[in-house]
Design a binder for this molecule. Structure first.
Ligand code: NAD
Length: 478
């Protein structure tokens, strides 16, 4: 069985504390990971700080070169990385191979070209000159979620490194392998020692201790509940926190929508990655007049989504990431069915090997804002535009929202009132390295991607030069 080691100070290290990595399709271990000791974290931070001092002095062009090399290494090893990610997490290979990991490479390339265009600003007013420089924070701690580890590594580390920071990555204990393998490949690039380090371990142990460290910035992607713990632990050494959380995302289908397209996108956004996707549809809001025809069609198609080996191209859903996650989903569904939900399809764990949960639709009798992070779609009937807007406006989270209607004026008005970081009108997943991404309200603070993503990782420094008397010269007439 292959052992994966963590990466500190430019070395791969093993420890006596190891954890088995399970294949969620076969329900058997296939690798093991050495866990970083909590006592080693301060050494990782020390080494990162040394690397930051060197790296932050490198020109934008030198930094761009490293980012391009990382993008190239990801693409050259795409299949191996994608297979590892699918083996560990269970999401279909076509998603790892064609969507998630290529997007990570795209983000590194984007920030390389962004650096090539970036100029620091100066301004001249009368007899003064002001210089504005983009200075890194120092050492960034990056927490990754389990569903798209390399993609979020790209979303966060590319901008942090472009800005001149050193990074220490804490991947999820359920999804560390693709990043550890990528680190082995990046080690061949002769990076400054400590510029990129990967520490491994359980969230509530190593993750907790990591937040307490004397680092300068935390970039956290995960659940709101965990963020609360990270914020509390980070208070020991306060630092800037950027966070990308989940959301109970609403998809609104008006009666005048292209109903086939709306249906296809609800299926895709609810059930891709077994629903373990932060931008997915949690609740489909369907207008009253079409509800009785639209929802049964959606149910019929959902029943046809196949479960199976995530490496087979025709398979719709692979297993969930772990038995624990599946049993949480099972309990949450049972609870909902007792109170305000009616099961329309799915909801029964199949008798087969693998942590499978079927594509499931539940009709709500009253509104509920819930992200299952599983293939569970909630459907709810709304009367008219105003009711739909009210439901979306009252959502305590605000990551994404889809609107389906042929009336673009109506869609535009609705979109501008919806409090979400991204609103998609008649489309889904229209995102790229150039497009800022992040949540409103309980879905997070700060942005990844685009120019905004870069500026999260720099502090703008102002140097003012005077060539004449200063504004307070002679203030006291002395
Ligand atoms: P999680 O909150 O369980 O874990 C996230 C990270 O925090 C992991 O690295 C984990 O090891 C660590 N962690 C866990 N407990 C900790 C603790 N007590 N102290 C410190 N660190 C701890 O999230 P997850 O289950 O891996 O991911 C699913 C969640 O992430 C969903 O809510 C999803 O919507 C969200 N997500 C958001 C985005 C986005 O860009 N907005 C992207 C992907 C996932």
């Amino acid at each position: 069985m292959r052992e994966y080691k963590y990466y500190m100070e430019g070395r791969f290290l093993g420890s006596s504390e190891k954890s088995l990595v399970f294949d969620p399709f076969l329900e058997e271990p296939f690798a093991e990971i050495s866990y970083t000791q909590i006592s080693q974290l301060s050494q990782a931070v020390f080494c990162a700080r040394e690397a930051y001092r060197l790296w932050s002095k490198r020109s934008f062009a030198e930094r761009a070169k490293l980012l391009k090399d990382i993008a190239q290494i990801i693409l050259e090893n795409l299949r191996e990385l994608a297979e590892l990610e699918t083996k560990e997490i269970g999401k279909p290979l076509k998603e790892s191979l064609f969507v998630d990991i290529p997007l990570a490479a795209e983000v590194f390339s984007y920030y390389a070209s962004f650096l090539e265009r970036l100029e620091e600003r100066t301004q001249q007013t009368g007899s003064t000159i002001d210089i504005f420089e983009y200075k890194p924070y120092g050492v960034c701690g990056i927490y990754l979620p389990y569903n798209v580890p390399l993609m979020i590594f790209g979303f966060t580390a590319a901008a942090a490194l472009a800005a001149g920071n050193a990074v220490i990555i804490k991947p999820s204990e359920y999804a560390s392998l693709s990043l550890l393998r990528l680190t082995e490949l990046l080690d061949l690039l002769s990076l400054p020692k400590g510029l990129i380090q990967v520490v491994t371990g359980r969230g509530d142990e190593l993750g907790h201790a990591f937040a307490e460290q004397d680092i300068d910035l935390i970039s956290f992607t995960g659940s709101r509940e965990t963020l609360g713990k990270v914020v509390a632990a980070s208070a020991k050494n306060p630092k800037k926190i950027i966070c990308e959380l989940g959301g109970a995302n609403c998809t609104v289908v008006f009666q005048d929508a292209d109903l086939l397209e709306a249906e296809q996108n609800i299926l895709g956004s609810s059930f891709m990655k077994q629903g373990q996707i932060c931008i997915g549809t949690s609740i489909a809001l369907v207008e009253e007049n079409i509800y009785d025809s639209f929802v049964p069609r959606l149910v019929e198609k959902t029943k046809k989504i196949t479960l199976g080996n995530p490496f087979e191209p025709a398979v719709g859903l692979g297993p969930l990431v772990s038995q624990q996650h599946r049993s949480n989903v099972e309990q949450k569904v049972a609870q909902l069915l007792k109170t305000q939900g009616k099961l329309l399809c799915g909801g029964v764990i199949p008798r087969q090997k693998g942590y499978f949960y079927p594509a499931t639709i539940i009709e709500l009798s009253s509104m509920l804002y819930e992200e299952f992070f599983a293939p569970v779609l909630l459907v709810y009937k709304f009367k008219d535009y105003n009711e739909a807007l009210k439901i979306v406006s009252q959502n305590p989270t605000g990551l994404v929202c889809q609107i389906w209607t042929k009336d673009l004026e109506k869609a535009r008005t609705f979109a501008s009132s919806a409090e979400a970081g991204t609103v998609w009108i008649n489309t889904f997943a229209q995102m790229s390295a150039k497009t800022p991404f992040g949540g409103f309200r309980q879905s997070g603070f700060g942005r990844n991607l685009g120019e905004e993503g870069f500026f999260e990782y720099v502090q703008t420094k102002h140097t003012g030069i005077g060539f004449d008397k200063s504004p307070v010269s002679g203030w006291f007439g002395l």
